[in-house]
Every structure is written in C-alpha cells, then in structure tokens.
Design a protein around this ligand. Structure first.
Ligand SMILES: NC(=O)c1ccc[n+]([C@@H]2O[C@H](COP(=O)([O-])OP(=O)(O)OC[C@H]3O[C@@H](n4cnc5c(N)ncnc54)[C@H](O)[C@@H]3O)[C@@H](O)[C@H]2O)c1
Length: 327
C-alpha cells in the first residue's frame, strides 16, 4: 500500500518520514520544486525540517496527479487556505475508496469552513479522518514520544490509519467526536498567540501561565461546545493536550506570531518574515464572527484581536487581562 502526502512542509515531511520509517512507500506532493529536488537528491528538507535525514522510501513530486491516483491513504498537510485551490481542480482524480486524513488545523476565512469541512465539500464521496492532538513535528520527527487523536465516522478507517502511523514512539488514540477533535486543534492556535505575547513581554511567571492557559481552555471549550463539540474532548489530547503543546513549544508558529507582535512588529512585517501568517490569525477572525452569531462570550479572543489589529499594545492587553480576568 502506497501512502500519499499533500504538502511536504514541516508537518507533512515529519509524517511522511514517520510512515516511510514504518516500512511504507510514501509519495509526497510539494508545491515548491526546490524542496522536491532536495528531498529526492539529498534526503533532507532543509527549508521545512532541517537536521532530519529522510528515509529512502519517501519520494517527493510536483505532480499531484501521481499522489491522488497511486496512493490508498492520503494525508493533507498544507495550511487550510490552500486546500480548496489545491484540491478542487483535481478532485475527480481521487478514487472513491481512497482514505483522506486531514492534518491541517485551521479555518479558510474566505469560505468560513474548517479544513475538515472544506475537504468534505470538495471530496463528498471520500472517507475522511481527522488527525489532531499535541504533535509538534520537530519533536516526533526526532523520535520524541507523541500521542495523537484520530477521529472519523467509521472505526475501520481509523484502524487503517493507526496501523500506518503507530510505532514505539508515535501512537494514536480514537475518538468519535470529529468536530471536537478538529476544533481543539483549531482553537488552541488562537490562544497560543496570546501566550507568545506574554513571553515576548517577558511575563514568564508560571502562576500567570497557569491562569492564562486555564482561562484559554475554558473559552476554547465554550466556543467548541457551541459549535457542536463534546466538552470531554477538550479535557484530553485534542483539547488541553494540544493547547499546552502549542502554547509552550518554541517551535509553534502561532506562539511565534504572538512573540513578534509583543516585540512591536506589525502584522505586515510578520507576514513578510514568516511567508504566511500562521493558522491562528485567520482562525481568530473567523471565531470572533462565529462567536457573535452563536452568542458565545470570548473576551480573551477579542483582546488578542485588538492587539493584532493594532488597537491596543501587547503591554496594554496584558494589563487588561490581569485586571479583568484575574481579580
Ligand atoms: N508543524 C507542526 O508541528 C504542525 C502540527 C500539527 C498541525 N499542523 C498543521 O499543519 C498545517 C501545515 O503546517 P506546517 O507547520 O507544516 O506549515 P509549513 O509552513 O511548514 O508548510 C506549509 C506547506 O504549505 C505549502 N504551500 C505554501 N504555499 C502554498 C500554495 N500556494 N499552495 C499549496 N501549498 C502551499 C508549502 O509548500 C508547505 O508544504 C497547518 O494547518 C498547521 O496548523 C502543523
């Protein structure tokens, strides 16, 4: 069985290499031809996963057709905003029995759908699985222990995907709450931006981090439940687990966005520096909109947006947070 990847960025390369090390032939589509060339000739991806030697069973291509037609299970690892333009024009090439595993954690703000919903709309006949949970690619790519959640309608698909991924250091657990598993992964990106802001301002108190993360989890769960998730999903790996990993990891792009904002850079400067703004940025905009429609109170998310849009400084946000939330 050949396994496919859509996107050989940081996460896509780490998962592709994990699956190749587990003994499968892997074919990954990548948008950037220099990355494809480097993977195939030098067995590294210095742009997205520097310092990791890639398994010989992993091959890269710029031809998406080959991945869609040859692979029985395909993992999607591009930011949400690129899913529709990448897959919609070629959706007729995907055989109906192919299993699609979504790993993108975001909302396409242009169409207002989560990445899982976007995929379900593009590929309505396909069996879809959501993979989420604390899974910093730079860590599990180096063999550090990682446990993630798989969610989908049918346990048979989850078993197929778990057999491809599981090994001594990377394990999967199942959930029947696909909405909650996806929303945990999406929403925590917003709050990781906030923790990055505190770090950027050198607010490094552990007490304070605990307060912030507790309030963030509570707000995440409130939004998630209003959007159809189960509360218990937020108390496990796809909720609190992913929030802690992303908010505390030095590798998190979302947390990095918060740090750079706190250091005084504008949104445009950060976009230039990072190439693309991390998922939490678009998610924040979409969640504020959805929260208004569903009458859900999200004061923390609103405060973060005020900083990102330049209405208040990160310093002011921190003062307000302490005054309004921690009294
Ligand atoms: N990196 C992680 O540890 C991690 C963990 C869990 C989930 N995720 C999620 O995975 C997704 C990808 O994140 P990442 O960190 O791997 O990102 P990345 O920045 O490392 O890689 C981005 C990928 O998108 C591709 N891309 C860029 N522009 C494109 C375009 N116009 N059309 C199509 N593809 C394009 C790049 O070539 C690359 O393959 C995000 O939704 C993220 O939230 C990442």
């Amino acid at each position: 069985m050949k396994i496919g990847l859509i996107g050989l960025g940081n996460l896509g390369t780490a998962v592709a290499n994990l699956v190749a090390q587990n003994g499968y032939e892997v074919l990954g589509w990548e948008y950037q031809s220099a990355v494809v060339e480097e993977i195939n000739t030098q067995r590294v991806n210095s742009k997205f996963l520097d310092g990791v030697t890639l398994d010989d069973k992993l091959k890269a291509t710029t031809e998406i057709t080959a991945v869609l037609q040859e692979c029985a299970v395909i993992f999607v690892a591009i930011p949400s905003v690129f899913i529709k333009p990448t897959l919609e024009p070629v959706r007729h090439l995907v055989p109906p029995e192919t299993i699609i595993v979504n790993m993108a954690k975001g909302i396409d703000s242009k169409i207002g759908l989560t990445s899982f919903q976007t995929l379900a709309g593009i590929l309505p006949q396909q069996r879809l699985v959501m993979l989420s949970g604390p899974s910093i690619a730079n860590e599990f790519a180096r063999g550090l222990p990682t446990v993630v959640m798989l969610a989908g309608e049918d346990r048979r698909e989850l078993l197929v995907v778990s057999r491809i991924l599981d090994n001594d250091h990377f394990r999967t657990r199942f959930s029947d709450d696909a909405v909650g598993v996806e929303l945990g992964g999406i929403l925590k990106n917003i709050y990781a931006i906030g923790l990055g802001m505190f770090d950027g301002q050198n607010v490094v108190s552990v007490n304070f981090r605990a307060v912030y993360l507790t309030i963030a989890l509570e707000e995440m769960a409130r939004v998630g439940v209003a959007m159809g998730a189960k509360i218990e999903t937020f108390l496990y790996l796809a909720g609190i687990g992913d929030l802690l990993a992303t908010a505390l990891s030095e590798h998190s792009h979302n947390r990095h966005l918060g740090e750079r904002l706190a250091q005084g850079l504008s949104r445009e400067q950060i976009r230039e520096e990072m190439g693309v703004l991390p998922e939490g940025y678009n998610t924040l905009k979409s969640v504020l909109y959805v929260a208004e429609k569903l009458h859900v109170s999200v004061p923390l998310a609103k405060g973060l947006w005020d900083v990102i849009s330049g209405r208040i400084t990160a310093d002011k946000f921190i003062t307000l947070f302490i005054r309004d939330f921690v009294e």
